[in-house]
Design a binder for this molecule. Structure first.
Ligand code: ADP
Length: 162
């Protein structure tokens, strides 16, 4: 059984994240989506809300992997070790992601050599998408229905009083 973890803030989960989870679910048996509370980023949604939304939207993923969602604060390699995960999944959208991701991957490998970071590229139509832009558009009352699933759209709109 091959277990991978997919760490992130997911504030909120977007169609880009879902595209990555969909691809990963064809490669691994178990995927643990790991939600960091990440207070440093002052998230719009609580960690509980982010977990709730992820659980709602991953139900539609068709791959064969067992998908679970967990909150975790701390070193991602400690979590990987605890769960016997052999891979950390990260999405690569553009060269701009690369430098930071390479550094993280090499540090994580130094800390725990049995885990490999696996980079997956989303469909081109999601390369411009991140959680920040979704929140920015929504904060001005813009339409985010092409960026996130309906249940996420509803919660984000509510947060901005829509
Ligand atoms: P973090 O706070 O770790 O950057 P995010 O929730 O923003 O967490 O993202 C988690 C992972 O998902 C990262 O590897 C990021 O590159 C990837 N990701 C985010 N948006 C997209 C997207 N539109 N397409 C592909 N991967 C994405």
């Amino acid at each position: 059984m091959k277990t991978a973890i997919y760490p992130g803030t997911f504030d909120p989960i977007t169609n880009g994240h879902l595209d990555i989870i969909d691809r990963a679910s064809r490669l691994f048996d178990n995927i643990i989506i790991t939600v960091a509370r990440n207070p440093a980023k002052s998230p719009l949604l609580s960690a509980e809300e982010r977990v709730f939304l992820i659980e709602q939207v991953i139900a539609d993923i068709e791959g064969n992997a067992a998908l679970t969602v967990e909150m975790f604060d701390g070193l991602i390699v400690d979590f990987a070790r605890k769960r016997k995960a052999t891979a950390i999944i990260r999405g690569l959208r553009a060269i701009s992601d690369f430098e930071y991701e390479l550094q993280m991957a090499l540090v994580n490998r130094r800390l725990f050599s049995e885990v490999s970071t696996v980079f997956l590229m989303p469909h081109e139509k999601y390369t411009y998408l991140n959680s920040t832009i979704v929140k920015e558009v929504a904060s001005f009352g813009g339409d985010i229905s092409n960026f996130v699933p309906p249940v996420v759209e509803m919660m984000i709109k509510k947060k901005y009083g829509g």
